[in-house]
Design a protein around this ligand. Structure first.
Ligand SMILES: Nc1ncnc2c1ncn2[C@@H]1O[C@H](COP(=O)(O)OP(=O)(O)OP(=O)(O)O)[C@@H](O)[C@H]1O
Ligand SMILES: [Mg+2]
Length: 347
């Protein structure tokens, strides 16, 4: 359903050409990205500050057209002109403070490709290497880490008016969902996103960490740009499934991080294949090696492939990470190998 809506959005958007480059706003254009989450659409236009006015009319028309699509409940068009400002930001003078050796953002262009699943399991795998780990759920559209980590209670404040992270399986955990009312807005403005994220850093008693893993919302919106500008990210990991539609969106994520000077630590292929219990063969449901080829093309590290695994999904829903459920299983081994390589490359 989301994919259908997405393709209709692009049939509208490609009628307009990008004032900056004269290229149509088709799915390949790096200056537009669209994310559909349960009928809520966020379209982001990345623009240079001085040309911002040229985009306002296009944004209005896009919003009007997309609102007419059946199945769409809300449309938010963000014109983002922060990139040039970001380039001037001093990397040592970031507003979001945390005592973490490394901060890693887990990103994807497309929704539903397994960012949260990856974040939980990478964090657990890093913890199994005797490292102090914080896991931050920054998905403003639908926080899912508390469920995947088997936590439902809300954090309390200490005497310094800072939130104490929750703990499970040895990990410290905070979710942007904890500070939102149950009626979270479906339309987020840049300053709201920034304020909520700032609270996740400066308003939380994280203590000393080796790694803070941040599970991002999908796409290339305000949360990504805010974190790139205001926190000292070590880099990002991009998750994609192997089919073209996911890779096209992953490419946008990669380009956005490049534009804001955040390094790509690597790309992971999730749902690479399904191992059939009956015939004992790998079935490449979403096509084969798509992400690996993309990594080669972009000259970024390919961190590994995670197969479709029924148990991973079931245990995720129950709030049990793979490494806790079955530490010696194939999936756990994959995550431990990714965690070890990552830790080596960042040490
Ligand atoms: N390798 C896998 N095998 C089986 N199921 C998976 C796998 N990876 C993810 N899933 C399942 O797919 C669904 C979507 O995964 P997840 O929530 O991690 O994606 P996401 O990218 O974080 O989504 P969103 O963009 O909505 O935040 C979940 O039900 C999850 O359990
Ligand atoms: Mg998620």
């Amino acid at each position: 359903m989301s994919d259908d809506i997405l393709s209709i959005i692009y049939t509208f958007s490609k009628k307009f050409s990008d004032p900056e480059t004269n290229i149509n706003f088709d799915p390949k254009n790096q200056n537009i990205s669209a994310v559909v989450n349960e009928g809520n659409v966020t379209i982001t236009l990345l623009v240079k500050g001085q040309t911002q006015d040229l985009y306002i009319n296009i944004a209005r028309l896009l919003k009007k057209n997309v609102e007419q699509i059946s199945g769409v409940f809300s449309v938010n068009v963000i014109i983002n002109s922060d990139i040039d400002r970001n380039k001037k930001t001093n990397t040592d003078d970031k507003k979001f403070k945390i005592d973490a050796r490394n901060i890693i953002a887990i990103a994807s262009g497309k929704g539903g490709v397994g960012k949260s699943t990856f974040s939980v399991n990478l964090a657990t795998a890093l913890h199994s290497l005797n490292l102090k780990i914080g896991l931050l759920d920054a998905d403003i559209y639908g926080p899912s880490i508390p469920r995947m980590m088997g936590i439902s209670k809300k954090p309390i404040m200490n005497e310094n008016k800072k939130l104490i992270p929750l703990e499970n399986y040895g990990l410290k955990l905070m979710s942007i969902g904890f500070i939102l009312d149950s009626e979270a807005p479906t339309i987020w403005r840049g300053p709201m996103v920034m304020k909520a994220l700032e609270q996740m850093f400066n308003g939380v008693e994280w203590g000393k960490l080796d790694y803070l893993i941040i599970d991002l919302p999908p796409g290339t919106g305000d949360a990504q740009l805010t974190l790139a500008q205001s926190s000292k990210l070590s880099g990002s990991i991009v998750i994609s499934t192997p089919q073209d539609v996911a890779i096209t969106d992953a490419r946008k994520g990669i380009n956005m991080f490049k534009k804001v000077n955040v390094g790509i630590l690597g790309i992971v292929e999730n749902m690479s294949y399904f191992m059939c219990d009956n015939c004992n063969q790998k079935h490449y449901i979403f096509s084969k090696d798509g992400v690996k080829k993309e990594a080669e093309k972009f000259n970024i590290p390919f961190l590994g492939e995670i197969p479709i695994d029924t148990n991973l999904r079931i245990q995720s829903d129950k709030g049990v990470p793979s490494l806790i459920d079955n530490p010696d299983g194939e999936i756990s081994k994959k995550f431990i190998s990714i965690a070890k390589n990552l830790n080596k490359s960042l040490s």
